[in-house]
Design a protein around this ligand. Structure first.
Ligand code: ZN
Length: 457
């Protein structure tokens, strides 16, 4: 904060004192209205960060009366709620990090984080397909793929498949909802296409800018290495106390698992390095640790694969079957194709599920990928065998204990994190169909109009 801004704030506090003194001391509503007016005035003068972090606390402490958070749409019951109001959430995705490799040898920093909160040992559950972009779209919207429209990495527009990064998800994202509530967000994403996939362009800070591949060190698949993401945090993020919600994506485990196979020693080495990178990120959060909630997830697992890719489109042609095939690793999306009974009778198809009136997802036997494949690749994902996700919570904020307790009792779906984040930050995400890990807790009760739907992930 600059000194000039502090002076303006203190001037406004004095005006606020006059307003409050002028109100009937026995009338909480009048007090609330008076203070709300002050908060609005200060917001106009100084911006929402000063208003949130300084004024709400200062007024609460100074007057010990109720306040109304006009921009949040949520009412605090007392000064005891202050800790809830200052929660800062960092949501970290370690791409393709297998939950089965979480342990003291490979992920000591992740386990140390879990020791401050908790972990779902059985893991979270990806939406189908278990591909990167469908799950990230669910992470930010709290919606199933049939709702946000990203069922595999590319989206069928009715005439062709196009990259989901050029379309983004249908439905409100946590970035949009936070902005609507006057809260600040940041997104630092190792896979640059995730900027478009998650609609992170509306975040106050997003990197890489406009989702264009950055001029930094890149991995074998031309995604930014984890180190570059941390450098971006250092150069672009205004600091852990200044942003309400930060999303960080580390891509390295996914590339390593594709190249070497998820259970190879080489992939585990890269997972260890990613864990060290997580440790670096956590160090940056220490100054605000008491206000911090950290959530670490992976978007999907991988399985070891071998052989050539199975050409399902050719199989359709050979048998004269209708439908357009979009291979997605160990699964394939079929548009306007045969019924599931016919599909299950085909070579290379072990399972099928209807997603909507025109879309069906199929998967094959263990180790089989669909479509064009390279024999130097040893890991893939997309089908139901790769749905297990990492699910860890930690941090210094008292609400972490509630999250950890929830993870002891239920496996979170990818769609549950967005409503959980909304509850933590105190903004509303009314369209989300996932279920907050805080549903039923006192914190969630104070949020507004949360639907309680609980779809299968
Ligand atoms: Zn992924």
């Amino acid at each position: 904060m600059v000194v000039g801004a502090a002076v303006v704030v203190m001037t406004a506090v004095v005006v606020g004192v006059a307003d409050v003194v002028g109100a009937d001391e026995g009338d909480d509503e009048l007090h609330a209205a008076a203070i709300t007016a002050v908060v609005i005035r200060i917001t106009v003068i100084n911006g929402r960060l000063l208003e949130r972090d300084l004024m709400a606390v200062t007024l609460c402490e100074a007057f010990d009366v109720r306040i109304i958070r006009h921009h949040v749409g949520k009412r605090s019951d007392s000064c005891q709620d202050r800790a809830v109001e200052t929660v800062k959430v960092t949501f970290v995705i370690e791409d393709a990090m297998p939950n089965r490799w979480v342990g003291p040898d490979v992920t000591p920093n992740l386990l140390e984080l879990a020791s401050t909160g908790g972990r779902c040992e059985a893991g979270g559950q990806a939406v189908m397909s278990s591909a990167t972009y469908p799950n990230h779209a669910s992470f930010v919207t709290g919606l199933q793929p049939t709702d946000h429209g990203v069922m595999v990495n590319r989206v069928w527009t009715g005439g062709e498949f196009v990259g989901s990064e050029s379309i983004g998800p249908i439905g409100e994202t946590i970035f949009e909802a936070a902005r609507r509530a006057g809260m600040s967000t940041a997104a630092l994403l190792g896979d640059h296409k995730l900027v478009g996939v998650t609609g992170a362009q509306v975040a106050d800070v997003h990197w890489p800018p406009d989702g264009v591949r950055p001029d930094v060190e890149l991995d074998e698949f031309q995604y930014a290495v984890n180190r570059a993401v941390i450098d971006a945090y250092d150069s672009h993020h205004p600091g852990p106390g200044a942003v309400d919600l930060t999303v960080v994506h580390f891509n390295d485990p996914d590339t390593a698992c594709h190249l070497h196979g998820p259970d190879s020693a080489a992939a585990r080495d890269r997972m260890r390095l990613t864990d060290a990178d997580l440790g670096q990120l956590l160090e940056r959060l220490r100054p605000e640790w008491d206000d911090t909630v950290v959530i670490v997830v992976s978007d999907h697992d991988q399985e070891t694969v071998w052989g050539e890719g199975f050409d399902l489109a050719e199989e359709f042609r050979r048998k004269g079957l209708p439908g357009i095939v979009e291979p997605e690793g160990t699964c394939a999306l079929i548009i306007d194709g045969p019924d599931t009974t016919t599909l299950m009778g085909l070579d290379g198809v072990d399972g099928a599920v209807v997603l909507d009136s025109s879309s069906t997802l199929v998967w094959g036997p263990e180790g089989q990928v669909f479509g064009l494949w390279f024999d130097f690749l040893h890991g893939a994902h997309g089908g139901p065998r790769c749905r297990e996700q990492v699910a860890v919570v930690g941090g210094g904020h008292p609400v972490v204990a509630e999250l950890a307790d929830a993870l002891n009792h239920r496996r979170p779906s990818a769609v549950d994190w967005a409503p959980t984040i909304a509850d933590l930050c105190g903004f509303d995400l009314p369209g989300a169909t996932g279920r907050s890990l805080l549903s039923g807790s006192s914190l969630s009760d104070r949020s507004v109009n949360r639907p309680a739907a609980s779809p299968e992930g």
